[in-house]
Design a protein around this ligand. Sequence first.
Ligand SMILES: Cc1cc2nc3c(=O)[nH]c(=O)nc-3n(C[C@H](O)[C@H](O)[C@H](O)COP(=O)(O)O)c2cc1C
Length: 341
Amino acid sequence: MYTLLRSILFCFPPEAVHHLSMNMLRFACRIGFIRKMMARHFQAKGVQPYQLWNLTFPNRVGLAAGFDKNAAYLRELETLGFGSVEIGTVTPLPQPGNDQPRVFRLPKDKGLINRMGFNNEGVKAAAERLRAYRGHGSKLIIGGNIGKNKVTPNEEAWKDYEICFRELADCVDYFVVNVSSPNTPGLRALQEKESLRQILTHLQVINNERQQPLPLLLKIAPDLGNAELDDVADLALEIKLDGLVVSNTTISREGLTTDAEKVKAMGAGGLSGAPVRQRSTEVLKYIISKTQSRIPVIASGGIFTAADAKEKIDAGACLVQVWTGFIYEGPAIAKKIATSI
Ligand SMILES: Cc1cc2nc3c(=O)[nH]c(=O)nc-3n(C[C@H](O)[C@H](O)[C@H](O)COP(=O)(O)O)c2cc1C
């Protein structure tokens, strides 16, 4: 059924389809009995909640950052059975992101290339929506993925992360510091050890002033080499980071079956989906071994099926997140995976 719908949806530009389908879902969810029917249909039944960082995840399948950048579709995504949603990446000020088109499908490879560039309505808008949503007693776990504005120089990036942290601290369950998107010029240089130390320890100081500090995680790129991964692992252990998200999209274009000229014409951006799965799992395994499983990891990268999710869990991940898999597999993906892991 979804295969047919997907072949129709894939005739239209990805961003337009994204907005259209989410708005149709929102419309359906406004009608109480339809939402209840959908929730019953998409909920993973008989699944044990998962405890981590003093949080109770209804199931282990989350929606990765970048899908609901502005926290605009939380009820709809909860209805589809996700145990968690990572909102963002949000930045202090609203920004339009890169020019369109900026998302491209690679159906032959079950992948996507995107260069969105942190388009978002700004952290304040997301915080307002989150507060309103939180008022309704939902069990959905919400992560706040935070970044810096394009115009902020790297030396001052820590200030942007602080602004986002303070604004969201009373309305998310955990934080993810994103320094691994390939679409903000220079951002990934912040993955260097001393830059990371500055940003993360600064946030930890602010976090520790809170009565209940929130789990603070770092999201890394799959393109880091072993020496850089060693730095991340050492730092994470040294500063007692609460967790890592492994991984973001890749800048590599290796091993694709899509025509090379077509891929080239799509231009710069992060590649996600099936082509990033293997590398992402390699990085996951490396990090788990380097940290001796002492830092919980959320796995993201190429998860389409329960088997893909199991691969990540077997490699040591605590939770999994999907993004591109949602586009290719359809709305039942959370349920299908959550009931099998
Ligand atoms: C269109 C698009 C936008 C994304 N935006 C963000 C983002 O804003 N912040 C972020 O941390 N990751 C972002 N990601 C990366 C995803 O969260 C995820 O880590 C990555 O796509 C790998 O997972 P996947 O193979 O399941 O898609 C984005 C991915 C896509 C496809």
